[in-house]
Design a binder for this molecule. Structure first.
Ligand code: F0G
Length: 479
């Protein structure tokens, strides 16, 4: 048991879903069958599922109640009006295009604004966002501060944009080829690290003076607002909803995966202030997602989402509790000697696989291997966020080699309790104690797009990796 501060849940439990652990031998068979890719495990074979916080949240009784009154009309659904009104109220953008999830919004935005030869700067890549930019003919350029790539840096806002990198890009490029900048807040791939309001203000000023749009990736913007409240001196004490509105007012549009902050299991939207862009996006919505009053969602999904959004900002306790759970797990893991990304982020704990598996070079996919080993040891499912997720350059087909080689343990909202988190921390300790035995991996199947989702791997034989003596010593210490 840990003494770290964990806020009490601002809810009580009304419905439960049984979970059951399978044996280690069964887990070994399951991870072999899954090609050492936690995305390919059956969820019934997982005990604690920290694969993602996306679409895995527990809805409130009010969300379930709203689902009953969903308007399933093909056109002109009243549920769309509820969603639109909630988005306008919570985020403040003028126009709303519903989509089935975040990547639907990224697809439409990229089609509307990117032409071949365009460059889209952003504060670190996100997998689906960058892919849609590339498929539209654009190139992503990373303009995040250097600290973001260093797991040890204690910078409180590692999601910040480096204004010098951004300025350099605008001086080197024809500005008309920079249609917008994407701001992830917080930055998923950097460890859930937030952007400060001050930095967003500077980016906004810089871009608006040059006619470059600022697009917020709002998937977890409420969590970013909470981290601003906690860490930015002049923002302490302000309600999260006001900080969020300030963040949005500094941007021109947002793409939203509503499967995160909004406590929903599915849904997304594109929200914009520019009427011309809205008309074009609305039109493409009908092509790729569904009519602009449902965008691939059922009426009941839009109701659950609208209620989830209202709920998420009505009391700061929701997001405060959520982040305190993440921090509780982070502190417990740190105490057990597990190397982590510092400081703790908003939605997940990120384990530093480079320092966990020092004997596995990046070319043998240490974070992929570590995520499989964690599952094997305790039935806890996380995911790789390193070289496998980073993928290949679309032209040269060379692998991107990110500094950060991480395993992410993401906490679904309102799903797990303190004892689950303690179990996870103990489970990772087991993996830590046998770390020298964990082999690197090689690809046996590599899909072309977003390879991390469907790739298959096999362990590299022990003799090829050496280090047997250390492994034997480590085993001796445990025994
Ligand atoms: N942007 C961010 C920052 C995300 O984390 C995600 C999804 C998306 C966009 C795409 O949204 O999945 O609704 O299409 N992140 C999930 C995750 C998959 O596990 O981090 P989507």
């Amino acid at each position: 048991m840990s003494t770290h501060e964990l806020l009490p849940e601002p809810y009580k439990i009304k419905v439960i879903e049984p979970i059951q652990a399978i044996s280690r031998a069964q887990r070994q068979a399951a991870i072999d069958a899954a090609g050492y890719n936690t995305f390919l495990l059956r969820s019934d074979d997982v005990y604690i599922d920290l694969l993602t916080d996306s679409g895995t949240n527990a809805m409130s009784d009010s969300q379930w109640a709203w689902m009953m009154v969903g308007d399933e009309a093909y056109a002109g659904s009243r549920s769309f009006e509820h969603l639109r009104d909630a988005v306008q109220q919570v985020y403040g953008y003028r126009y709303v295009v519903p989509t089935h999830q975040g990547r639907g919004a990224e697809h439409i935005l990229s089609k509307c604004l990117i032409r071949p030869g365009c460059v889209v700067p952003g504060n670190m890549y996100f997998t689906t966002t960058r892919l849609h930019q590339e498929l539209a003919g654009g190139t992503f350029v990373d303009v995040i501060i250097d600290e973001a790539h260093d797991p040890d840096s204690q910078h409180p806002f590692k999601g910040n944009v480096d204004l010098e990198k951004l300025e350099k890009l605008t001086l080197e490029m024809d500005i008309s080829k920079i249609p917008y900048i994407t701001i992830g807040a917080p930055v998923n791939m950097a460890g859930g690290q937030p952007v400060s309001l001050e930095n967003l203000r500077q980016v906004s000023e810089f871009c608006r003076a040059r006619g470059i749009r600022v697009v917020l990736d709002a998937a977890r913007a409420i969590e970013n607002a909470r981290l601003i409240q906690e860490r930015e001196a002049d923002q302490a004490g302000r309600p999260v909803k006001d900080i969020l509105r300030d963040m949005c007012s500094l941007t021109d549009a947002c793409t939203m995966s509503a499967k995160k902050d909004a406590f929903a299991n599915i849904g997304g939207f594109l929200a914009v202030n520019d009427e011309g862009l809205f008309e074009e996006a609305k039109n493409l919505c009908a092509v790729y997602e569904g009519l602009h009053t449902y965008g691939g969602l059922a009426g009941r999904d839009m109701e659950a989402l609208a209620q989830g959004l209202r709920e998420a900002v009505e009391r700061d306790e929701w997001v405060a509790h959520r982040i305190s759970q993440v921090r509780y797990l982070w502190e417990n893991l740190k105490e057990r000697g597990i190397p982590l990304v510092h400081p703790c982020g908003g939605h997940a704990v990120f384990v530093d696989a480079r320092r966990f598996l020092t004997h596995v070079p990046q070319s043998h996919y240490p974070a992929q291997s570590l995520s499989a080993a964690i599952y094997l040891d305790s039935g806890v499912r996380g995911m790789e966020r390193g070289i496998v997720s980073a993928g290949r350059d679309p032209e040269t087909r060379q692998e991107h080699e990110p500094e950060l080689e991480l395993v992410r343990l993401a906490l679904p909202r309102r799903v797990y309790t303190q004892s689950h988190l303690d179990f996870v921390a103990d489970g990772l300790r087991k993996t830590w104690l046998r770390r020298d035995e964990i082999p690197g991996l090689k690809f046996v199947f590599e899909p072309r797009y977003l390879r991390f989702f469907q790739a298959r791997f096999a362990p590299i034989a022990a003799k090829a990796r050496g280090g047997k003596r250390e492994a034997a010593l480590a085993r001796g210490k445990q025994g």
